[in-house]
Design a protein around this ligand. Structure first.
Ligand SMILES: [Zn+2]
Ligand SMILES: [Zn+2]
Length: 322
């Protein structure tokens, strides 16, 4: 493949900046501005909290039904999770890659999603990604929900957070979840790059060098189990079922946005919904850096951050795809 074809189609302003939350010295105003920004509040908190509310109020079996392990409510969760990720990942894929309604505006890669490539199941990247998402991802995500709703219905968890009694904690926990998952992702992701685990499990996700919405949640079952385990924090963190739903949807459906290959959805050339940063796109090309995301700058703390600046020229001509 020629160097030219490996060039990026579009690069954001570099170096990539981390969120000004866990930084030293503290940046109070920067932190507040970020938390209320269109990138965080407008593109992470509001859409996913709304989706979690829609799920809880309209698509959720009554908690009392979840006290016994029965096929009815478990299949309802499985079906709704399959449907939700199908709508979001499938919708983004149709919008960006089939009908190409945004063209290449804010798209990082210049190359197309891969077809007729033996590294993928059925030799097709999108089919491979849909397969792993639906066969492994949705059942593992559902299994974590089944555990929590069963435990909550039986009062097995030490804390249940009633929002009427603790409205401030209720809201703060939503804000904390993306930061908790960011740190957890960095740590377990480094573990997944340990050679034996990479070969057995993480290789499935890294078949994707060129990313599309279906690539995000395309993982081996072992990786799904490890990656989704951040939700277990709610065993000890006082939580409402809405927090469980939000946490899992951010990890699963959110991955469709963060792997969409586009920085943002735009309208008349202006971004209105932020999708993802260049940070993880670099990880999929180079593999040896950027294990977390920019909410918690763990990659900076542990010396494995690539902010894209020094690498910009190299990145224009380098790739693991051969
Ligand atoms: Zn990824
Ligand atoms: Zn990786």
């Amino acid at each position: 493949m020629s160097a030219n074809k490996k060039a990026w189609n579009w690069l954001p302003p570099l170096p990539i900046q981390s969120a000004p939350i866990f930084v030293w010295p503290p940046r109070l105003f920067g932190a507040i501005r970020f938390l209320f920004s269109s990138t965080f509040l407008g593109s992470i908190m509001l859409p996913y909290v709304l989706l979690a509310m829609l799920t809880w109020y309209w698509l959720q079996p009554e908690l009392a039904r979840c006290a016994e392990f029965e096929a009815g409510w478990i299949l309802q969760l499985l079906g709704r999770n399959a449907l939700l990720i199908f709508i979001v990942a499938g919708g983004l894929h149709l919008y960006l890659y089939v009908f190409r309604l945004q063209g290449t505006d804010r798209r990082f890669e210049s190359r197309e999603l891969q077809r007729d490539n033996p590294r993928f199941f059925l030799r097709d990247q999108v089919k491979d990604n849909i397969f792993w998402t639906m066969i492994s991802g949705v059942p593992v995500w559902t299994a974590y929900e089944v555990f929590f709703f069963w435990a909550m219905a039986n009062d097995h968890l030490p804390y249940y957070l009633e929002w009427r009694n603790h409205p401030v904690s209720f809201v703060l926990i939503f804000f904390a979840i993306p930061f908790i998952t960011s740190l957890h992702f960095h740590l377990v992701h480094r573990l997944l790059h340990w050679k034996p685990l990479f070969r057995i499990a993480h290789e499935v996700h890294h078949r994707n060098v060129i990313l599309g919405p279906w690539s995000g949640f395309s993982m081996h079952p072992i990786e799904h189990l490890i990656y989704m385990s951040s939700v277990l924090i709610h065993v000890v963190l006082p939580s409402h079922p809405l927090h469980i739903i939000f946490h899992n949807q951010w990890n699963s459906i959110g991955a469709a946005a963060t792997h969409s290959g586009y920085e943002a959805l735009t309208f008349q050339g202006k971004p209105f919904l932020y999708l993802t940063s260049f940070h993880h796109q670099i990880h999929h090309r180079l593999l040896n850096c950027n294990y977390g995301n920019q909410l918690v700058p763990a990659d900076e703390w542990f010396g494995c951050n690539n902010d894209g600046a020094k690498e910009a020229n190299k990145l224009r001509t380098q790739s693991h795809v051969s």
